[in-house]
Design a protein around this ligand. Structure first.
Ligand code: ATP
Ligand code: MG
Length: 313
């Protein structure tokens, strides 16, 4: 049997009448990197806090590392790491002092924390910066230090809540390299994000919207199974206004969904239409506008799921 690290069944969290997490169920296996994708307020942090025993579910069940996440929190906590969305560093302490402080919180004595701190410095790429005060670190480096702190007690399961929000793309890539290193070493990673490119990096992905888990699968599977038909990009020469062209696409019967994507348009066709689904006819009044086959994106997946959810499907 697969080694199940997180098992969530019918989990609900209400704040008064407001349902923040709405009958969510999923399982995570050992060694997976699972992404939890959703817009602001979709219930990502609330889910994580319940898994960590920081918040009592209204109803439902959550087991983490074989323990009841609500009743056996003290068994889970030494085995799990958490980098919270609003993580705090001790600004006046140095990088090393921050790590040593948290090592102490987890009960590690000097003999245990000295090698661990050294190892973590190398992992997060801060070797040589031990003496820099946390308050002086730039964005991406603060994030890495917060990750190091979450890892101080060598957790086998790591919860990261939007760990790269607000850092530049290069720092985000470097951060993900560390996540992969951890996963290769056997750590299970549960990471929330609202970046689609990050979501692509996850082995499996949960897609949240308004408290509901709309899908749970590998990104490639979601793209293949959720989006009904082919995707096309519509490129127009300079001078052709995109909005009327977008409206024309939206009026085309074979087009299931159309939107603006940077300097061009992106359309998803209905499943049962011919190859280009009438797009050519829609483009005819716009000289120079042309079609290019496109990849289905996770944005498409999210749009389709959210639309179906809104329609009550
Ligand atoms: N303690 C609380 N009391 C009342 N409402 C709450 C509480 N905590 C969260 N909520 C509400 O529950 C919803 C889900 O919040 P949550 O923080 O889980 O979203 P999120 O997906 O993490 O969003 P973000 O991407 O902004 O971090 C939000 O509408 C939020 O306002
Ligand atoms: Mg959140």
């Amino acid at each position: 049997m697969a080694d199940i690290v997180i098992a969530v069944h019918d989990l609900v969290k209400k704040f008064g009448d407001f349902v923040a997490v709405d009958h969510v169920s999923f399982t995570v296996q050992r060694g997976e990197v699972v992404g939890y994708l959703g817009p602001n307020g979709s219930g990502k942090t609330t889910t994580m806090r319940m898994l960590l025993g920081l918040l009592q579910p209204t109803t439902g069940m959550a087991r983490v590392l074989g323990f009841d996440a609500t009743r056996e929190t003290e068994r889970v906590r030494p085995l799990a790491g958490y980098m919270s969305q609003k993580f705090a560093l001790y600004e006046d302490l140095t990088v090393r002092e921050n790590l040593v402080f948290y090592a102490g919180v987890y009960g590690l004595g000097p003999a245990a924390y000295r090698p661990r701190v050294k190892e973590l410095m190398a992992l997060i790429g801060l070797t040589g910066q031990e003496g820099v005060r946390a308050g002086q670190l730039a964005g991406g480096w603060r994030q890495r230090l917060a990750l190091g702190i979450a890892l101080v007690h060598q957790p086998q399961l790591l919860f990261l809540d939007e760990p790269t929000s607000g850092v530049d793309p290069e720092a985000r890539r470097a951060f993900w390299d560390i996540i992969y290193t951890l996963a290769e070493q056997g750590t299970t990673v549960f990471v929330s994000t609202h970046y689609m490119d990050e979501a692509e990096h996850c082995g499996r992905l949960g897609i949240m919207n308004q408290g509901r888990l709309l899908a749970w699968d590998a990104p490639s599977v979601l793209k293949r199974t959720v989006v009904p038909g082919a995707a096309w990009d519509v490129l127009a020469p300079d001078g052709v206004p995109l909005i009327p062209l977008l409206e024309a696409l939206e009026r085309t019967p074979g087009v299931w969904q159309a939107g603006l994507l940077g300097d061009h348009l992106h359309a998803i066709l209905a499943p049962d239409v011919s190859e280009t689904g009438g797009l050519e006819a829609a483009l005819a009044p716009y000289p120079g506008a042309r079609l290019e086959p496109a990849e289905v994106t996770l944005d498409d997946v999210f749009t389709v799921l959210a639309k179906r959810h809104a329609e009550g499907a």
